[in-house]
Design a protein around this ligand. Sequence first.
Ligand SMILES: *Cc1c(COP(=O)(O)O)cnc(C)c1O
Length: 392
Amino acid sequence: MKPAAKSDQLRSFLPYGRQTIEADDIAAVAESMAGDYLTTGPKVGEFEKAFCKLVNAKHCIVVGNGTHALHLACIAAGLSKGDYAIVPAITFLATANAVRYCGADVLFADVDPQTGLMRPEDALDVIRRNPGKKIKAMLPVHLTGQTVDVRALREICDQHGIVMITDAAHAVGSTAGNEMVGAGIHEHMSIFSFHPVKTIALGEGGAITTNDDAMAKKMRTLRGHGMEQKPENGPWYYSMEDIGYNYRVTDFQCALGLSQLAKLNRFIDRRRAIANMYDVLLKDLAPVILPPHRVNSEDPAWHLYAVRIDFEKLCMDRTKLMNILREYNIGTQVHYIPVSDQPYYVGMYGAQNLPGASYYYEHTLSLPLFPLMTDQDVIYVAQTLKEICGGA
Ligand SMILES: *Cc1c(COP(=O)(O)O)cnc(C)c1O
């Protein structure tokens, strides 16, 4: 029998995530572009101030993308050759790569098989298995918008002299340990990404937030080639004490960011409503398909809606399911292949035995989740999954 959903030929493709750009966003960019500053101008500082206010942090440094943010945070944490940083195996490549940019080495931690989040015991396990190594940083990831146990992880960091950099690329607007993610209470630094699939879009964009004055100053300087103005030596004079980068962002991107930030609460509310709808609509598919396992009482600002699928019970592998869903114009994605399994890292550190990460990877699939989805879209995705998987 041909499912009814498939005959809906006019339905446009639903990606797993996408930006929401409205007329006022476009107007904000146009206005900024017509002004005096195409790159570093007033909007950069305004965006940084607004983002500080959002997450309750003292400092925000906006940069070209989330990967720049990770790189500068790793430098500010003091990572260099001979040092180590703990990174969960389930994350985007950039979290680990930033450590390598500094010449330091990555120690991959396992994760909770149900949530993909690094647990305190995973971090402790890495520390125990690596005596004598100079572990300088830990980069927990707030996967899908759900948050790690920041209090327990910070305690471990404090006991071992480790700088805690939370990768909050997925968690703009989430709370952790009763604080806004990025507030710098539990974490030393947090990094964010404003890529179009993330919660707010700058096109490309990223930021670091911190309450540490010295770290903030260092990252701000490194964003612009490590140049420091020294007017005492003359109005033209600048000096470079550390090697820096051009990790700047344009003024019109920040104009877009400001316009997007004003809508953040609406975006998050819609994301939560969609996640709640999916939870209810997919109930009948348990135990073959399970909704995300919710880790704590704090309602996350969901970036991804990642279901857990028992492909054996489904009698279908993930490739087949993804291909069928694509025929129905439903995009899905896998977040993530364990970074430790990537050829570069296997070549570097050998194959890792991280059963929680392997289990999570084998079972996860991200369904479409973005604010512009209508209730009908959500029902369509759930209905289609039921038609494909319901017989299992
Ligand atoms: C998107 C993302 C990044 C990198 O952000 P870019 O802006 O794409 O450089 C880092 N970590 C995680 C977990 C991400 O999802």
